[in-house]
Design a protein around this ligand. Structure first.
Ligand code: ATP
Ligand code: MG
Length: 285
């Protein structure tokens, strides 16, 4: 049977979460010692382990059919490929940082400066749109040390917590791009490959939805039930079950992680008791 080839990072920041995504989608793999490629045991998927920089080109060429890579890299490399789904991990931003000692007020302060980066295309585009003239120095790694060794006045690099910048005496001053891992695909999949990709995407979406939601159960006395129900929508509407104590009911519902604490506080104020919150594994609507 035909298989779909997926490229994932061989090692690095996206590796663990990419493997976990396959697992959450119930796709089983055995990773060999050489870790070049492997075949899923229960899904028509072949997994290729690559350097993340190579993945966009392989997707354009069709060496891999789909791949997991940072949006930052896809936009920098400008290959002819399609983004199919954002994946919610590998979150970071591409930011400009300057030495702490430099007084920085506005973007025009960067005019005429030398900036070191591994993202020359995105940085050039960012400056051109703002009519800033900066000299871009492309370097492939350890960008954050460039100002310290006199190679550049400032840098543009990926940041998540900001601790690397801090340790190198830099401060973040502008965000060029917000990024996360995405699933991208080759432009011309054949019909079988397309069907397999859609099956995989269906699973990914169910897993993503589940991660963003929690299952909640609570008890409430019957006279307060109506208020609680009007407050809790659930997927269609909440489930109400009678308790052995006939004056109370149990209410089950699904709430979004983002609004979660606000909802819990209000439910308590409306008389909800014994609130239980459970993770959801998959949601298929
Ligand atoms: P490779 O050996 O595969 O080339 P790499 O060293 O180029 O790996 P990593 O540092 O593992 O790449 O980062 C891979 C991706 O992880 C980045 O392109 C980005 O999308 C994402 N990422 C998330 N947070 C960060 C961060 N703080 N710094 C760098 N990348 C991050
Ligand atoms: Mg890389």
């Amino acid at each position: 049977m035909n298989k779909l080839k997926i490229a994932i990072q061989k090692s690095g920041r996206l590796y663990e979460d990419s493997i976990k995504l396959l697992k959450d989608c119930s796709i089983e793999i055995n990773i060999g010692i050489d870790k070049l490629k492997t075949t899923a045991l229960n899904f028509p998927l072949e997994i290729l382990f690559l350097r993340d920089d190579d993945i966009p080109q392989y997707l354009e060429d069709g060496v891999a059919d789909i791949g997991i890579v940072g949006k930052n890299l896809l936009l920098e490399k400008r290959k002819r490929i399609k983004i199919k789904e954002t994946l919610g991990f590998g979150k970071c931003r591409l930011s400009i940082a300057v030495p702490k000692s430099l007084s920085y007020n506005k973007i025009q302060d960067l005019d005429g400066k030398r900036i070191a980066t591994s993202y020359p295309f995105l940085v050039r585009e960012f400056f051109e749109k703002r009519y800033i003239n900066a000299e871009i120095h492309e370097i492939s790694g350890a960008v954050e040390i460039a100002p310290g060794i006199g190679l550049a006045d400032c840098i543009c690099d990926l940041v998540s917590s900001g601790s690397t910048l801090f340790m190198n005496g830099l401060k973040e001053v502008e965000t060029v791009l917000q990024s996360e891992a995405v699933l991208a695909s080759h432009l011309h999949l054949d019909s079988t490959q397309h069907i397999i990709m859609e099956k995989f995407l269906f699973r990914i979406r169910a897993v993503k939805k589940a991660k963003n939601n929690k299952y909640i159960l609570l008890n409430v006395s019957n006279e307060k039930l109506e208020k609680i129900i009007s407050y809790l929508p659930g997927i269609k509407s909440p489930v109400i079950l009678p308790l052995a104590n006939s004056e109370c009911s149990s209410v089950h519902s699904v709430v979004n992680e983002n609004d979660f604490w606000g909802i819990i506080e209000n439910l308590k104020a409306l008389g909800a008791q014994d609130i239980l919150v459970l993770p959801i594994e998959k949601i298929i609507l």
